[in-house]
Design a protein around this ligand. Sequence first.
Ligand code: ZN
Length: 548
Amino acid sequence: MKKHLLAVTLGLAALAALAACNPKPKKVPSPPPLSAAALSAHVKTLASDAFEGRSPGTPGEMKTIEYLTTQFRTAGLEPGAGDSYLQAVPLVETSVTNAPALSITGPGAAQSLVFAKDWVGFSNQALAAQAWAELPLVFVGYGVTAPERGWNDYAKANIRGKIAVILINDPDFETSEGLEGPFGGKAMSYFGRWTYKLEEAARQGAAGALIIHETLPAAYGWSVVTSSWSVPQFAIAEDVAPRLPIQGWISGESANAMLARAGLTYAGLKKAAQKKGFVARPLGLRASTQLAIATRQINSYNVAAVIRGETRPDEAVIYSAHWDHLGRCPPVDGDDICNGALDNASGTAGLIELARAFKAQGPQQRSVMFLAVTAEEKGLLGSAYYAAHPLFAPGKTVANINMDGMPIHGPSRDIVIVGAGKNEVEDVAVRLAGIQGRTLSPDPFPERGHYYRSDQFSFAKIGIPALFVGAGLDLVEGGTARGKALEDAFVENSYHKPSDQWSENLDFAGAAQDGQLLFDIGRELADTAVWPAWHDDAEFKAARDATR
Ligand SMILES: [Zn+2]
């Protein structure tokens, strides 16, 4: 009791001192908690058939951005992109129209690889045709340039004008038992993703790249590669980064046959590539192909709304969620609309309700931006465009808090931080989750590299400490057994399928609980002068250091 009184007395003295140097101490009203019913109502609308699965460039997009704009405006938020809520994101859709063979020449008879069976390839340079004419193939191991980890597969590669042949995943995926190693062992790192490999090959000046498929390190089978790469591909219309004229994958089987002609084995090359000091190796083979390409321009939009900070309006916390989903998709039981209720009407709903909650409690020291991005499902394109055209300077952006799938099975006793161990925003999340009475569970699927597969990755790449909280599986009702069963059932039956749709059986109490946590994190970051940092071994620390 005495101790308590003393604390109150000291507290009053401190307040008085504060009042003396700060003319108007602000009493911050606590906003009402996030409402499960409100979240559910937004999801019901956004994931309704009228929105046709919210595919970029369709009438479903017009409805979605109109809905978001209206919600932000009526909540009283300012436009985030100049005097508009919309940031135009010009996209280009490219289709390979001629099913081109890939011909490999060198020792022995020419090898002809069949498109969508033995190899797939495309170009996101929006030209009518692209070709490789007898270009030399160079094996570059994992295709990783990471001097800070003592690794450079391109050190002596001499790759300019040639084709890089690259392994999937990263050098310590198979050599480490756990999560130890320069690339996080079994966990997938940035350097293990195919997107990184293609971007790096382009930065190195290659004329093309072929990634060798292998199911375990890729985390999916060859059929996933062929089905997702033989349909139209999307890209940002302008060149925001170097691009390869042609990029693609080759099946493990075809790679084995190809390497055998060079007198090499896949296993032998892989072993060499896993060793520090690996040197890229010309294969003595050449590749030729000709792509005929059809292109279509698409105008799409990110939606941005902002609450300006009172004392440091140029500094911002950014909440993000992708508004898009797959649109029309292969029918299941006669239903051909992939409504994307969880993915990601739920995150979009969270964005709207967070905006309302922040508005209800009044401005803070820093600005808070609410950014609904387009074309995540096409390769994180809306957020990548934002990263190339940021509305707050990256060095002045305190953190990104991304939402991609809010819980739909009720509250949980735990939280999951996807790709945990990267930055100090996570520490804030864990501490505030503790106040909610929740604990941190490890990422159940570190090998899947989910951190690199949604929009937080685009923010991380430009150095902004980014947080992605996944759904906890230890449900208040039914515990981990029920949580895991529901998660597995969703992945099996509904992920990217027409049955990911709103129903009154979805329980948004967990989304409200996570939303509350995300609100608390952003509120704390927006009302301090603290700059959460990347840990020293995080892939994105160098990018942050370059901006601050
Ligand atoms: Zn998603």
